[in-house]
Design a protein around this ligand. Structure first.
Ligand code: AMP
Length: 189
């Protein structure tokens, strides 16, 4: 099963990716996690990415395409994967298409998790409070920028993948189990 999870920040992509990972025994590929690991490790890529991420802007297509291309070569991806937070631009989607074509692979589905933007801001601001604001990109101003970046650069991917007949739209405002069940039904249906 080769999937993309698409949705604005705070829609619950990470949570649903973890559930799918268990269900299908395939890895979750989160470019956000990979970039945060690079920051932790203090690599030049991490250093370059940090400021951009703290503002809620997008890291360059070149950087993320590179880390995904490398990750897709790992042995655990042969049976599939769940892309969480990638692609985020049309250019990334095109690059992914080329990477997969080279491997003779295709996507099975693009799961769009739909949520209400205002509700979302409230959710994430709460999360930041509960975790003591552990993520620098979780304050309200940055969050609003991340949402705007999603609307401008990532939301067009829904149309892009709709043309390929791959999009399954799920109501992401329900509780975690309900959303997980809706995704499972959409993937099996
Ligand atoms: P996430 O954990 O997916 O919300 O990602 C956190 C931050 O990492 C984003 O706000 C971006 O700055 C950066 N990032 C993650 N994935 C990508 C991507 N596919 N393209 C560009 N930037 C990304």
């Amino acid at each position: 099963m080769r999937l993309i999870l698409l949705g604005p920040p705070g829609a619950g992509k990470g949570t649903q990716a973890a559930i799918l990972m268990d269900k299908y025994a395939i890895p979750q590929l989160s470019t956000g996690d990979m970039l945060r690991a690079a920051i932790e490790a203090g690599t030049p890529m991490g250093l370059a990415a940090k400021e951009i991420m703290d503002r809620g802007d997008l890291v360059s297509d070149e950087i993320v395409n590179g880390i995904v291309a490398e990750r897709l070569d790992d042995a655990d991806c042969v049976n599939g994967f769940i892309l969480d937070g990638y692609p985020r631009t049309i250019a990334q989607a095109e690059a992914l298409g080329e990477m997969l074509a080279q491997k003779g692979m295709g996507l099975d589905a693009v799961v769009e998790i739909r949520v209400d933007a205002e509700e979302l801001v409230a959710r994430i601001v709460n999360r930041a409070r509960e975790t003591g604001g552990a993520r620098a990109d979780d304050n309200e101003e940055v969050l609003r920028n991340r949402l705007q970046v999603y609307l401008d650069q990532t939301a067009p991917l829904i149309d892009y993948y709709q043309r390929a007949g791959l999009v399954k739209s799920i109501d992401g405002m329900a509780d975690i189990d309900t959303v997980a069940a809706a995704i499972a039904a959409a993937l099996e249906g």
